[in-house]
Design a protein around this ligand. Structure first.
Ligand code: SF4
Ligand code: SF4
Length: 507
């Protein structure tokens, strides 16, 4: 993995699980600053008093057993520790507060949190939150270092003379368009993809020229609005993705509200400043698998080296769609299930229309196997895949790899407020085209945060593979025998697995 570059929060008071308060009894003796190995009490030269505690680094009540526990050691009893009350209001069922805070920690440090945070499981009551890897068999443990574990994925399985593209981690970045997301975020994601030897995707808003230096790691997306799609942007790309549908809003096209259509966005999309933009649904030139093949042939004729990916949502006949895409010439079939999407997708669509991805993956994997073409096409999944363990579960269900969208934004301190589309856009400077808000992030900081998050994820993947007795993700594909679903276990058996966290959530 690339080198970890620490990328601290942009905000003066980052949110953590615990808060520490210092009261007026503090005499500024400096003992807590000397004691705490996590740097919770920074004290700078020439400052007469310690500054506000960096309590997002605090390991909380687990510290009681340490002889450096500042709460007990403070001679004036000036410090108090409690759970941060903001946990009550932060996050949602799928991304609980601890999962957000855990991912911020990974993005800052490149390491898994030492704080007692549940960052693998949400509280959705279903899906990946109810699926677990079987309890490990100690006999099967594979004692190999991370460097010898293989987490790569081959994208071209057709052997048709087009580029042999292998990505180093089983994830690439989902499409977020110029217009929906700040330019430093778009370019920073591409820089991270280059360092990780994986890919990111333009989304449907065109191809900003700032991406050209990273072109070998950028997928050009062609969606129904054809915004900014030009021959040269197809020629830049190692992979061209047709977006037929999105799991977060099947039956609906993209939607960019007028406030975000700035002069630059309008120029890229060849439209009018301030006008809301809707992409039609579906491609009105594709009503059969033959039309679909013509689409793929068109891209292949323009760019003779690029791989072609087909992004579809998950209707009940998605297995037939996947086989049709294979015979039409696609290299990658990208299944996008429900529950993905940022604040730009309406909840009514996101939560109620498409098939959840954990059902779609094994359905498609098994159908491709029965049709004898599974080893000729790369199966990529997305839609509500939030954590390293979700990725591993999706692969065990039958995917070769996954596409990550929201988790990359969470790495940039997204709080899942769902306001991506409204007004000036994201108040945290991520999903915005506002000239002031958009510069709350930088390309470099975005790059480091995303690289750090995946570096921490890879540590979890390697440990999971070792516990399963496997050396590579290729061996994990379709190994549903390694998974259990809590709903189908006897009570005694179910108790052996970590329960889902049970926080008070915002609905
Ligand atoms: S140990 Fe107590 S008195 Fe000393 S600086 Fe820390 S909070 Fe203040
Ligand atoms: S923090 Fe920004 S990117 Fe995240 S949900 Fe809110 S508006 Fe969207």
């Amino acid at each position: 993995m690339p080198e970890i570059v620490p990328a601290p929060s942009r905000f003066r008071n980052p949110i953590g699980k615990y808060t520490i308060r210092r009261n007026m009894r503090c005499t500024s003796c400096g003992l807590c600053a000397r004691l705490c190995p996590y740097g919770v009490h920074p004290r700078y030269d020439n400052y007469s008093r310690p500054i506000r505690p960096k309590d997002h680094r605090c390991i909380g009540f687990a510290c009681q057993q340490n002889d450096f526990y500042c709460i007990a050691r403070c001679p004036e009893k000036a410090l108090t520790l409690r759970i941060n009350p903001i946990l009550e209001t932060l996050g949602d069922y799928r991304w609980p507060a601890e999962m957000l805070i855990g991912h911020w920690h990974m993005a800052e440090t490149g390491n898994l949190p030492v704080i007692d945070l549940e960052y693998d499981l949400g509280n959705s009551g279903g899906g990946f939150d109810k699926i677990r890897f079987r309890l490990p068999d100690p006999e099967a443990y594979l004692n190999l270092p991370d460097e010898q574990m293989d987490t790569s994925v081959d994208l071209n399985k057709r052997g048709d003379g087009r580029i042999e593209k292998t990505i180093f981690i089983p994830c690439y970045g989902g499409g977020m368009s110029f217009g929906s997301t700040a330019l430093p975020v778009i370019v920073g994601r591409a820089r991270a993809a280059r360092r990780l030897n994986t890919l990111t995707c333009t989304g449907e808003g065109g191809y900003p020229l700032e991406l050209v230096p990273y072109a070998e790691h950028v997928i050009t997306q062609i969606a129904t609005g054809l915004f900014g799609v030009r021959e040269e942007t197809i020629l830049f790309a190692p992979v061209v993705e047709f977006k037929y549908a999105q799991g977060a809003k099947p039956g609906l096209g993209g939607h960019l509200l007028g406030d975000k259509v700035t002069p630059k966005v309008a120029a890229m999309r060849e439209t009018v400043v301030g006008n809301a933009l809707f992409s039609p649904f579906p491609f009105h030139s594709v009503y059969s698998v033959e039309d679909h093949k013509k689409h793929i042939d068109w891209v292949k004729a323009i760019n003779p080296r690029a791989l072609v990916s087909v992004k579809v949502s998950t209707p009940t006949d998605v297995d037939m769609v996947a086989v049709g895409s294979y015979y039409a010439g696609a290299h990658i079939v990208h299944l996008d299930g429900s529950y993905g999407g940022t604040g730009a997708a309406p909840d009514i669509a996101k939560k109620n229309i498409a098939m959840p991805i954990e059902y779609a993956i094994p359905k498609v994997h098994q159908f491709l196997q029965s049709e004898g073409v599974r080893d000729k096409i790369c199966l990529i999944a997305s839609g509500g895949i939030r954590s390293a363990m979700d990725v591993a579960k999706a692969i065990a269900l039958g995917a070769d790899g996954v596409v990550i969208g929201t988790a990359e934004l969470v790495a940039l301190e997204c709080v899942r407020c769902g306001n991506c589309e409204s007004g000036r856009g994201c108040a945290r400077g991520i999903a915005t085209t506002d000239s002031e808000l958009g510069y709350m992030t930088s390309e470099q900081w975005t790059e480091h945060r995303i690289v750090n998050m995946y570096t921490a994820w890879r540590k979890q993947w390697c440990q999971t593979l070792r516990q399963c007795g496997l050396r590579s993700f290729r061996e994990l594909v379709g190994r549903t025998d390694l998974l259990v679903h809590l709903d189908y276990l006897e009570e005694d058996e179910r108790k052996k697995y970590v329960p889902a966290p049970n926080y008070k959530m915002v609905i």
